[in-house]
Design a protein around this ligand. Sequence first.
Ligand SMILES: NC(=O)c1ccc[n+]([C@@H]2O[C@H](COP(=O)([O-])OP(=O)(O)OC[C@H]3O[C@@H](n4cnc5c(N)ncnc54)[C@H](O)[C@@H]3O)[C@@H](O)[C@H]2O)c1
Length: 309
Amino acid sequence: MKILITGVAGFIGSNLAARLLKEGYEVVGIDNLAYGLRENVPDGVAFQKRDIRDRGINSLYEGVDAVFHLAAKNCISDCQADPIETADINVTGTINVFEAARRSGVGKILYAESSALYEGSILLPTPESAVQPESFYAVSKLAGMHFAEAFKRYYGMTFTALRYFCVYGPVQDYRRTIPPVMSAFIIKQLRGERPVIYGTGEKRRDFIYVDDVNDFHLLCLRDSRTDNETYNLGSGKNHSVFEICEIVSRLLGVRLELEHKPDLPGEAQKTLADISKASALGWKPKTDLKTGLLHAIDYIKSEMAAKRI
Ligand SMILES: NC(=O)c1ccc[n+]([C@@H]2O[C@H](COP(=O)([O-])OP(=O)(O)OC[C@H]3O[C@@H](n4cnc5c(N)ncnc54)[C@H](O)[C@@H]3O)[C@@H](O)[C@H]2O)c1
């Protein structure tokens, strides 16, 4: 099968590409390198540096069996600062991907949504039905979801919506304005700098290791029960920001005083996935937090050794 990944130079896209190549799939990858890096794209991917909003790239979708649409503007604080670009990439860009896939007769689209869709919900663990977005980022993902439904309704296209919680692991983007919490703690403490806590540190997040997410991606390609369904992808457990900082400190064998900064706008206080729907298909997260964090630490150490950090 030939698979196209948008956002292939990013964290989830590059890990997915590596896994698909290993499993014998042919992989085409698109990324404009706005956030992702060319060196993240595994050898063997037919890579094109293109923007998902570019209407002249329909030919790339020809002969493609399935599209993973992962490209997005996805740092919540950056999206809050620029709702127009957020909509341009996450809504218009997404429609352009769906339309190109339709014109080329692509069999299935796997669309990256987000646990941010549950920002306003107080239901924990959160089922797929509890959609209540608040931030510009979450609203843009919801708009993409509605467009997917319309493409399904009018053109009979097949979608699977992937509602990721906090995915972590090697290649996670640590260069953005405010890096994801685990990368941020690892980098700061490896440098001997004080880790920064935004808000009280009591915020809890459901973290899921990227290989476990890839197990589910493969299941989606192989199991038609996933057609036109939406799945939470989390571990079904959550940890506070303090706990993560504490575990990272222990694994690195360092202890530095914390630096406190004001809370970030537009972020949920707690996330916890109800993963019963994905689990009913036989999928189960296998990687425990300590093992996953050790892999993430090894990656950041290797980036530091290569002087990329
Ligand atoms: N990582 C997570 O924990 C998480 C959680 C929820 C949802 N998601 C969603 O999963 C998807 C992948 O996330 P990620 O963590 O790999 O993000 P990432 O930022 O590492 O990767 C996204 C990639 O998309 C590319 N991109 C952005 N705009 C583009 C454009 N206009 N044209 C082409 N390429 C463009 C970027 O350069 C980047 O390489 C995103 O849609 C994100 O919203 C991720």
